[in-house]
Design a protein around this ligand. Structure first.
Ligand code: KMH
Ligand code: ZN
Length: 278
């Protein structure tokens, strides 16, 4: 397994920003596909997908999800990772049904977290359901870690229900959410240390929300981690400068990976790393 490169995930849309306030946000299938192609050409290997309806509101509509997976599969070689997190208002049944769209990967958040003024609810039974359904269908999870205790929950999950499809464990530290762990080097190091309790070879990426984007990116690369970037997580490129496109964020991540002499992994190497079928 290669660990010499950097896995770059782009999370282009999310469920939180409004198109009216952030016009560069890709919300239609055409916009998403164009973004995906551009980001792949630059060095992204995984796309973490949230979709929107005709009014640009977050949706988990089954037909749209299927069409999105098909379009991304046809138009790119990116690893398609559907969000099962959705928006904080999405019911569990709809979040589980995301798996019916047949993605290669899906997210699986490892616990409940305060999410600004809201609560992002992830009950234990729901997590078990997601994990075991993904095992049954050969969908590879990315475990989303919003707080240190979520790694304890992951340890318990793997202990009781076994390894995910493909046998490899990959986690993503989502840092700097108001209510979750801070987007600091200290918090990232604490999470990285806690990986020692997980199966050998477990890999991690990290993303910093808002102004923690750059510190988290630097900390992750220097700690041997991978990178997730995109307008789901930040819409400000630098103080007073809105993000112009997801491409701009991917380009910055690629530059950092090259500087660290861990260049972006291509999609074939990324599938190898994550235990996905070639
Ligand atoms: N939109 C957040 C409530 C995920 O995609 O799995 C949840 C989220 C995590 O973004
Ligand atoms: Zn997401």
């Amino acid at each position: 397994m290669t660990t010499t490169g950097t896995l770059i995930t782009v999370a282009p849309t999310g469920a939180e920003s409004a198109k009216l306030e952030v016009p560069a946000l890709p919300v239609t299938l055409d916009e998403l596909l164009l973004t995906a192609k551009e980001c792949e050409a630059l060095g992204a290997a995984v796309i973490h997908v949230h979709i929107r309806d005709d009014q640009a509101r977050p949706t988990l509509d089954a037909g749209r999800l299927r069409d999105t997976v098909a379009a991304l599969r046809d138009g790119t070689d990116l690893i398609v990772q559907l969000s099962t997190g959705g928006a904080v208002t999405d019911p569990e049944a709809d979040r589980l049904a995301v798996l019916d769209a047949g993605p290669e990967m899906a997210s699986c958040t490892m616990g409940t977290v305060n999410f600004g003024d809201d609560v992002f609810l992830n009950r234990w039974e729901f997590i078990v359901d997601l994990h075991t359904r993904m095992q049954d269908r050969g969908i590879v999870p990315e475990y989303e870690i919003f707080d240190l205790g979520h790694l304890t929950a992951l340890h318990r999950l793997l202990d009781r229900y076994g390894l995910p499809a493909g046998g490899h464990v990959h986690v993503d530290f989502v840092m700097g959410v108001p209510g979750g762990m801070p987007g600091s080097t200290e918090a990232l190091v604490a999470c990285r240390q806690a990986l020692r309790d997980l199966p050998e070879g477990t890999t991690f990426s990290a993303t910093g929300i808002g102004r923690s984007t750059i510190p988290v990116m630097l900390a992750s690369v220097s700690a041997g981690g991978h990178l997730r970037v995109g307008m789901e997580d930040t819409v400000t490129y630098a103080k007073g400068r809105p993000v112009e496109s997801n491409l701009q964020l991917v380009a910055r991540a690629v530059g950092l990976a090259q500087l660290a002499q861990r260049p972006p992994l291509g999609t074939t190497q990324a599938r190898e790393l994550l235990g996905l079928a070639p």
